[in-house]
Design a protein around this ligand. Structure first.
Ligand code: PAF
Length: 279
């Protein structure tokens, strides 16, 4: 396994593999790797000749009052995990390497970037779309792996890849959960033991909503879920919405395939989760 810190070098290596006929898989991460990331790495290991894992805590996707400085960076542990899971290259750039002082170009996926999480985290998805576009160009990936846990991020990246004619295929991978059903996230490390148990209730409530969606009106489904989310100890809801599965537009009584997306604070930790729902 090689650790590459320079974008041009990573790109040259990737191009050599492309010329040799190798198929490249990219797993973009911000590090603090957990079983969710490992499932993406292993999937690339099965599908691709070469697996590149990028580890970059991207400052452009954090707001001024967010946890950029406090975000966990256990790099030695992350590198050990990558090695154990047969990663070929870890792309580990500095902030200056990815976003020099003269950087001026950003990618925006209009409308989709401003709703749900985007309404509470201004500029977040602009930062995500920009760094992911750069990573696609640097890695020359045939496939890039993203978790369904970040559902809005996944939909935005799919749209960006389509609109900008990227040849990288987006592979959506299932959310990996703790025993309590809490979706794995690097931010779970901020929770204490009691908060972790309470946070597990979020997905249980969404699961119940999924059942209700089959038979009950939209308003009722949402009402029941909101009441329960509010009753989670130390919780504060940023949003809880049922949207069209494909384009994130508001669901209606005619929507057959929907997704319930929620962002809920438990104490000082903001958690997101979602559930696909069918009529
Ligand atoms: O999901 C993440 O970890 C990040 O948003 C990503 C896709 C690596 C971009 O920085």
């Amino acid at each position: 396994m090689k650790v590459i810190k320079i974008a041009a070098e990573m790109q040259q290596i990737a191009l050599k593999h492309v010329k040799a006929g190798d198929e490249i898989g990219l797993v973009p991460t911000m590090g603090a790797l957990h079983d969710g990331h490992i499932s993406l790495i292993d999937k690339s290991g099965k599908n691709d000749d070469i697996t590149i894992v990028s580890i970059f805590v991207n400052p452009t996707q954090f707001g001024p009052n967010e946890d950029y400085l406090k975000y966990p960076r256990p790099i030695d542990k992350d590198l050990k995990i990558c090695k154990k899971h047969h990663v070929d290259y870890v792309f580990l750039p500095s902030v200056a390497e990815m976003f020099s002082d003269t950087h001026k170009t950003f990618v925006e996926v209009s409308q989709m970037q401003d709703i749900l999480c985007g309404a509470f985290r201004k500029g977040h998805f602009r930062g995500v779309a920009t760094v992911v576009a750069k990573l696609f160009n640097i890695s020359r990936a045939d496939r890039a792996y993203f978790g369904l846990k970040d559902f809005q991020q996944l939909k935005i990246i799919e749209k960006m890849a389509k609109d900008l004619n990227f040849t990288t295929k987006i592979v959506a991978c299932p959310t990996i959960r703790e025993k309590s059903a809490l979706a794995l996230s690097s931010r779970n490390s901020y929770l204490n033991a009691a908060q972790k148990v309470n946070a597990g209730l979020i997905s249980q409530i969404l699961k119940e909503a999924k059942e209700n969606f089959k038979t009950k009106p939209l308003k009722t489904v949402l009402g029941i879920a909101l009441k329960k989310l509010k009753s989670i100890p130390e919780s504060k809801i940023d949003y809880a919405e049922i949207v069209d599965f494909y384009d994130l537009s508001p669901a209606s009584s005619k929507t057959k395939k929907a997704a319930f997306l929620a962002a809920v604070w438990v104490g000082k930790t903001r958690l997101i989760d979602n559930m696909a729902m069918n009529k």
